[in-house]
Design a protein around this ligand. Structure first.
Ligand code: JDQ
Length: 226
């Protein structure tokens, strides 16, 4: 899978050099590149923002650098592109959306800053091109920009690519169960730690009882969280 991110802070994506995603990139399971939006400006100050029409606080990202940057990604490849624009006003990113997006050949993340990207960028690519445009929020809180939201999506989607997770049994268990059914507490050795013990049932070897205990605990916790 190809993943491209456009940002004024391409260094934000350096964590993708590490751990399972770094390894998956070395194995060419994922081909990631970060593009600096300022490379697509033409003025001496590399301006990417301007004041909002209609007034108000803050600055808005100008559409022209975004258009040129996105066009450069389109021009480079021939595979279908899914354009993901991160915004606090987007459709909520869920495990279901991650599962849908893992089928994509090329995900292109547009990571804005300030108060976001001029709305005509989404409109243009949605209506003038045959690229699919997804305006996505990762949750109901406001970040300073789209980069961290893109990192969250990249991690959730990448781990669904066959071969990225070392133990595919974990993935099978996640897709078989509901997310909520995985919310049971987990323990490892030692059996006693600072006076705290491990539930006896987990050391019983009785897999039926263990499964029942985990279902009960997950249910109890999901009720507590309500
Ligand atoms: C951008 C911003 C609008 C502050 C600029 C680009 N789930 C989620 N929370 N926040 C974002 C996504 C997000 C995504 C992209 C962003 C926030 N900002 C900052 C935007 C109003 C106020």
């Amino acid at each position: 899978m190809k993943i491209t991110a456009i940002s004024i802070f391409p260094e934000y994506f350096s964590p993708l050099d590490l751990s399972l995603i770094g390894k998956a990139r070395n194995q060419s399971l994922i081909e990631f590149s970060a593009i600096n939006l300022r490379d697509f400006t033409h003025d001496n100050h590399h301006t990417v923002d301007d004041t909002p029409y209609g007034g108000g606080a803050g600055m808005v990202m100008k559409p022209e650098p975004w258009g040129e940057a996105i066009d450069s990604v389109i021009a480079k490849g021939s595979t279908p592109i899914e354009l993901v624009i991160l915004t606090p006003a987007g459709k909520k990113f869920t495990q279901r959306v991650a599962e849908e997006m893992v089928g994509s050949e090329h995900l292109l993340f547009a990571c804005g800053r300030y108060e976001g990207i001029d709305a005509r960028v989404a409109e243009y690519y949605r209506s003038v091109t045959n690229i699919r445009v997804h305006e996505i929020s990762i949750g109901d809180y406001v970040l300073n920009g789209g980069e961290v939201a893109a990192l969250v999506m990249i991690e959730a989607i990448s781990r669904l690519i066959p071969g990225v997770i070392g133990n595919p049994e974990s993935l099978a268990e996640e897709s078989h169960n509901e997310i909520g059914a995985l919310e049971y507490p987990t323990f490892t050795k030692p059996a006693q730690w600072r006076g705290l013990t491990v539930p006896e049932v987990l050391m019983s070897g009785n897999h039926g009882q263990i499964a029942q205990w985990r279902r009960d605990e997950a249910l109890r916790r999901s009720k507590l969280a309500e």
